[in-house]
Design a protein around this ligand. Sequence first.
Ligand code: ATP
Ligand code: MG
Length: 234
Amino acid sequence: MLEVDDIHTYYGDSYVLQGVSLVVPAGRVVALLGRNGMGKTTLIRSIVGFVRPRRGRIAFANRDITRLPSHEIAQLGLGLVPQGRRIFPSLTVLENLTVAARGVAGSDGRRWTLERVFGLFPRLRERLGHRGSMLSGGEQQMLAIARALTTDPRLLLMDEPSEGLAPLLVRELAASIKRLRAEGLSLLLVEQNLPMALDAADMVYVLSKGRVVYRGTPEALAADQPVTQRYLGV
Ligand SMILES: Nc1ncnc2c1ncn2[C@@H]1O[C@H](COP(=O)(O)OP(=O)(O)OP(=O)(O)O)[C@@H](O)[C@H]1O
Ligand SMILES: [Mg+2]
């Protein structure tokens, strides 16, 4: 579904991604782990076209998207749940969900109708008229995911969705991610929460200083103490 092939991304003279390759197969959850400042968000930004890799290639559903503008990349079915949630605090839950939605909710052949989104996150239906700022952290994260779903993505990129959430909510989030996978979505999950990533992912990558330093199954990473200690500090 997504193929990142040897990308090199800079901010000015700062050489951040130093040849990153990664694959997200269709219908799979791939987790990308790494400490603060290692380039995880830069990779996400490179994929969605917010920043251009100087070298390398990115393909989505067998199409080269490396030089496409970000709105076209989104239209191809790549959804983003940005780090820090970025919901609209002064808009209601319903308004947050309809500003981004493609066309009118429930019309045309959309896969992710509001009804279906509420099936996944029933709590959002109960909060429909509440402003974003009135929601708990967990509810805001649900809303951020729900908003991305209303654009009908085939692949969802999530940047540290568990950040700032209590352990119980992190487990709920992992359950939601598994349900999305069961619905056929492909996911690239950026995380610093190792147990959460190991629980939700089919395949795990570890990024350090702009390079992939580990790639393997969650089971293999869990058993690899030197790697988890050195690169994740656990
Ligand atoms: N807009 C920018 N301009 C210049 N440097 C940047 C910019 N954004 C990030 N950086 C730098 O690039 C490096 C990678 O940052 P990035 O945000 O990709 O890390 P991250 O792995 O997502 O970290 P975190 O877990 O804290 O979100 C860091 O050294 C950061 O300071
Ligand atoms: Mg980040």
